[in-house]
Design a protein. Sequence first.
Length: 249
Amino acid sequence: MPLQCLRSMPRQHVRPFVDSSIVEATSAIAAAGRAGAWHFVVDVLHRARSTGLELDSAIFNSAASAVRRSQHWELSLQLVTVGRQDGLPWSTRSLNAAISAYEELGLWPSALSLLRVFSQIGLRRDLVGLSAATSSSAKGSCWPAAVLLWEEIAWRGLEANIISCNALVDACAKGRRWQLCLEVLEEAVQRRLHPDVVTYGASIAACDERGGQWRCALALFDRIISHSLEPTVIAFGALASAFESGRQW
């Protein structure tokens, strides 16, 4: 694996500083990330390390972000880890990179654990980290944690996104909390997040999860139509299932 070459190099004593070589290497990594050339990212970092440059947080954060663009989540997490092993302190960017990686890897307990580090070292949680942790908890069907994080986003005056909203609605649906699911949906409307067919589809499914709320499911389906959205197979199936549960043949 490319990262093994990086780890085999002797560690350098790291301190925050910038010189032209570090700036050039960081810029090259950022450009490679935008181009999806993640192999080149690791190569640049390896070369910078092998020449004895004192690597700073910026170059590791850029590398982690660059490989994450190519959906190499494990490698992104490993790059953050290498930076920490080199003595670099946590930063908002490195914490967010690790939390996002944990989200994609389905490791929601690790994502929540890392989110606590923000307050431990005096950093303020931002939208990126909170959204990733919310989605991670929701994907792990840990809806109570997802709800608390969703509320924290609002409490901090941050603008939530529809992706974390959809994950939360889906988690509430799987947790058979149809009323809570609808509350989140209405809050999303109030926040002007523009709920999409995924949001409504999950909400309809929540009405069917032993809730027997076929009228509510039908009203939600009507919203899909009235908002000129294209109903998905999932939405049709959830509505049909709600009708069946309510004996509305």
